[in-house]
Design a protein. Structure first.
Length: 312
């Protein structure tokens, strides 16, 4: 295989991310009406073809998703026609990640936030080679925050024209125990069955006092976007992110950015030290001089004998 210029791909992804951001903002989230996926009104100045598909009411999306992904896939595959492409809007059951260079894209991660004009949504653009994330670009157009990472070259955030290396603290504190941690976790859109029951139990135990057998974490944050949760951990603004139910396009770009910031990604179920992009269960820990594996073990102890189970 011809050697891939990761820097050139990174630069292209950044350009596309900004273009996608303009499309998102042109849809004017404050004027969008919520509803089921694929069935939300957009700004008349940004017309998009309607496409109605049944989805849970808690899993909102807008027609902007299709427009952004179409633009992204066209741009990327025109520039790299031999690469594969996996996107949220064009994914089909049975589609699998291979060792081939593959763009993995979520046109809008945090679509519920987008519909409500809550400022935590982004485009997530990743490149995986040999099933490993090698480039990640995540852009929140509402806050004009750009997170980037290239394998072996570190990761960064650009705000107001200022580019900062991640993590934001040059000398991060050691990780001691969960009681000192700010933990990111999400309810997800499927709030029934074993997975929901396990999440509810884990959230309760994380929040409970140690006298009650809990971990008494500093607090739990529900950002509403897996990609943004991952870059917050990469930045050191969250210590932990635990998630089950999201997809490859939610985590590929953020995974690269996290690792390049010194963080680690393992499986969301106890004992799974070898997480995969398509695994759908994840536990991310920020960069630290010590204590990362201890936090993993403590988090798994909170989960106990339970296991999340999601079809891939």
């Amino acid at each position: 295989m011809v050697e891939i210029n990761l820097q050139e791909i990174h630069d292209l992804l950044v350009t596309i991310a900004h273009e996608a951001g303009r499309l998102m903002l042109a849809a004017t989230p404050s004027h969008l009406s919520s509803g089921t996926k694929k069935n939300c009104k957009t700004n008349p100045s940004f017309p998009l073809p309607p496409q109605k598909l049944p989805h849970p009411a808690a899993d909102l999306v807008t027609e902007t998703d299709q427009a952004v992904e179409k633009m992204v896939s066209t741009r990327l595959l025109s520039a790299h026609p031999t690469f594969k492409f996996i996107g949220e809007e064009t994914y089909y059951p049975g589609q699998k990640l291979t060792d081939s260079p593959t763009f993995i894209v979520d046109p809008i991660d945090g679509t519920t936030n987008f519909v409500h004009a809550f400022p935590a949504f982004c485009i997530s653009l990743g490149l995986a080679v040999n099933k490993s994330p090698v480039v990640g670009v995540i852009y929140n157009p509402f806050l004009e925050e750009l997170y980037t990472g290239i394998k072996g070259k570190g990761s960064f955030v650009t705000r107001n024209g200022l580019k900062l290396r991640l993590p934001l603290k040059q000398e991060p504190e050691p990780l001691r125990d969960l009681s000192t941690c700010l933990v990111g976790a999400e309810w997800g859109s499927d709030r029934t069955g074993n997975n929901f029951e396990l999440k509810s139990k884990v959230f309760t135990k994380l929040a409970s006092s140690k006298e009650q057998g809990g971990a008494m974490v500093h607090s739990i944050r529900c950002v509403g976007s897996a990609a943004l949760n991952l870059v917050l951990v990469a930045a050191g603004q969250q210590d932990v992110f635990w998630e089950g139910g999201c997809w490859a396009w939610d985590v590929c770009a953020g995974w690269c950015i996290l690792v390049e910031a010194g963080g680690i990604m393992v499986g969301g179920n106890p004992g799974d030290w070898e997480a995969t992009i398509e695994g759908r269960k994840y536990l991310a820990i920020r960069g630290a001089p010590s204590g990362q594996k201890d936090i993993v073990e403590e988090m798994w102890k909170v989960i106990g004998d339970g296991k999340m189970d999601y079809e891939s």
